[in-house]
Design a protein around this ligand. Structure first.
Ligand code: COA
Length: 235
């Protein structure tokens, strides 16, 4: 099938955007700052039904490209120059920073922050996870292996985990819920829940609960993420 190319679609609030597929759906209030490309068909389209769906109240900043077969929730934000390939599923309240590349096959939950200059392919990122600048996720232990998709697969970042700047995550590794990966780490093995790791290869430093806030702004780092009790006090 020859793809349709180069026409404009209009969101329900009147934003006009260059698209390369008729199957682009923008929710109410989503602003697309041109130039952006939405609905780009991959080399091997998964089928004529593939849509690009972006929910309401989003901000898509200039030079962002979103392929076909991508579904994104409400209040989505991109920085400049973001690339989102086919077969990505992204929840609500997610932001993806400038020059980040989401290759195919990512599954990203709600309230996830992916910072500037990251690379993700076949990665699962659960709710409230935080990915620092220039984090690279790998999915092929012996590149370029023709069977890499059947091998270890992409990493998993469990809920509320945080990955420090310039870290590299090896294929198939799971970063546990609430864990913290130090800056510049090479994570070669699973990280237990609520644990701090750092270094190359990343080793366990301590529990997240053992971290202290040097200037004393907080009793403990991450106390601001603790659920509030009914009276509004931290629990
Ligand atoms: C890992 C981390 C959470 C530790 O914080 P901390 O407990 O305050 O760390 P300290 O400075 O007390 O260091 C504790 C020890 O770990 C080492 N260390 C700290 N961070 C490290 C890192 N990223 N890689 C390797 N070793 C590290 C220190 O050298 C020190 O070792 P020592 O006891 O032999 O001297 C922190 O250093 C870190 O990397 N945070 C992430 C920063 C980041 O990427 N932010 C992104 C937003 S821009």
């Amino acid at each position: 099938m020859t793809p349709d190319r180069g026409y404009r679609v209009t969101s329900t609030e009147g934003t006009s955007v260059l698209a390369v597929s008729h199957r682009v759906e923008l929710g109410v209030g989503t602003v697309v700052e041109e130039p952006c490309v939405l609905g780009k068909l991959p080399r091997e389209p998964s089928g004529p039904q593939a849509v690009t769906r972006i929910g309401s109240q989003g901000v898509i900043r200039p030079f962002t490209t979103v392929y076909a077969d991508v579904e994104i929730g409400d209040r989505f934000q991109t920085g400049q120059g973001v690339s989102i390939r086919e077969d990505n599923r992204i929840g609500d309240d997610v932001s993806v920073g400038t020059n980040t590349v989401l290759e195919y096959g990512n599954r990203i939950g709600n309230r996830v922050r992916i910072h500037t200059g990251c690379f993700l392919e076949l990665v699962t990122v659960e709710d409230d996870a935080w990915i620092g600048p220039n984090v690279v996720f790998t999915d092929d232990p012996h590149p370029p292996c023709p069977r890499y998709r059947d091998c270890r697969g992409g990493p998993i970042v469990r809920a509320r985990a945080r990955v420090g700047a310039n870290s590299t995550i090896l294929p198939g590794v799971t970063i546990g819920a609430g864990a913290l990966v130090g800056a510049g780490s090479v994570v070669t093995a699973d990280v237990p829940d609520d644990t701090v790791v750092a270094g190359n290869p990343a080793r366990v430093l301590c529990a997240v609960s053992e971290l202290s806030c040097a200037p004393g702004y907080f009793d403990k780092p991450y106390e601001w993420t603790a659920p509030k009790s009914a009276e509004g006090e931290s629990t």
